[in-house]
Design a protein around this ligand. Structure first.
Ligand SMILES: [Zn+2]
Length: 272
């Protein structure tokens, strides 16, 4: 089974907020990561390009990778795009469609509710340069603890809003917080997406469910040697076939908290 790394970034920026720092990679470190891909002759695709390849059923070229960014933050344009352009690499940017041109209000509990989100004209300009724009819900909720109708509205309306902005099909979706269930995977498919990514800190692979693609979480502490180890599958599983007992128990806990109206953690991607 051929393993395909899909890298998952959030903010490309410095951070002095300890509660949010795990979601930030500095431009310097991001440049190092891209240089590892160049050094080892990785071919970089968007997520939908990878999925197209898988759907065709053809063997992938060796050393393929996709680079993805969640949330649609302004710092993607300011800090990541110049580096991606220097390496001539495409990427997939997953945008919270209900907050276009606004701010990251779902991060308020972490003290980061005012991070700017890219506006419509900026998203159109990025799309014109080959950046794939994907959906990341309307408001960044934990979809797997919402009722089915509300979850579907978050997923489908996100696609419609982005397609209105871009004037083109939006083909890929990223589950907020990485949380997905059998129901949310089906809803993403029903909404008309061609693929959806989660965060399992695993390599994706041909044969993996296109609506539950695994990604590798990129962090500031990940050096060049450690990244190359991950890309080549050392220390990470390939497309784990089902949820671990730990992540299943975590989902049950969050659902119970949601039903009781109790506050829930903002981010827990490693338990997706
Ligand atoms: Zn997100």
């Amino acid at each position: 089974m051929q393993a395909i790394p899909i890298l998952a970034y959030h903010s490309i920026a410095d951070s002095d907020n300890a509660r949010y720092a795990q979601w930030c990679v500095t431009p310097h470190r991001f440049h190092q990561h891209m240089s590892v891909l160049k050094q080892w002759n990785y071919r970089v695709f968007t997520v939908s390009q990878l999925v197209d390849w898988l759907v065709m059923g053809k063997p992938m070229p060796s050393r393929c990778v996709a680079i993805s960014f969640d949330d649609g933050l302004q710092d993607f344009q300011d800090n990541a795009v110049p580096i991606l352009s220097a390496f001539d690499y495409p990427a997939t940017l997953y945008v919270v469609a209900g907050l276009i041109g606004k701010s990251s209000r779902w991060l308020a509990p972490l003290g980061e509710g005012n991070r700017p989100i890219l506006n419509a004209s900026e998203l159109r300009a990025l799309s014109a340069t080959g950046i794939e724009i994907g959906g990341h819900s309307m408001t960044h909720p934990e979809l797997d603890v919402l009722d089915r109708r509300t979850a579907f509205a978050e997923i489908r309306n996100c696609k419609h809003v982005l397609e209105d902005v871009l004037g083109e099909d939006v083909r890929s979706f990223a589950y907020p917080h990485g949380y997905a269930s059998d129901t949310t995977r089906q809803l993403a498919e029903d909404a008309g997406y061609g693929s959806a990514v989660r965060v399992r800190h695993a390599l994706s692979a041909a044969g993996e469910n296109a609506f539950g693609l695994s990604r590798l979480v990129m962090t500031e502490s990940l050096g060049k040697a450690e990244l190359f180890s991950l890309l080549t599958g050392h220390g990470v599983p390939v497309a784990p076939p089902q949820n671990s007992l730990r992540s299943s128990l975590w989902r049950i806990t969050r659902r119970l908290r949601a039903l009781r109206g109790q506050p829930r953690p903002v981010c827990e991607v490693t338990a997706s």
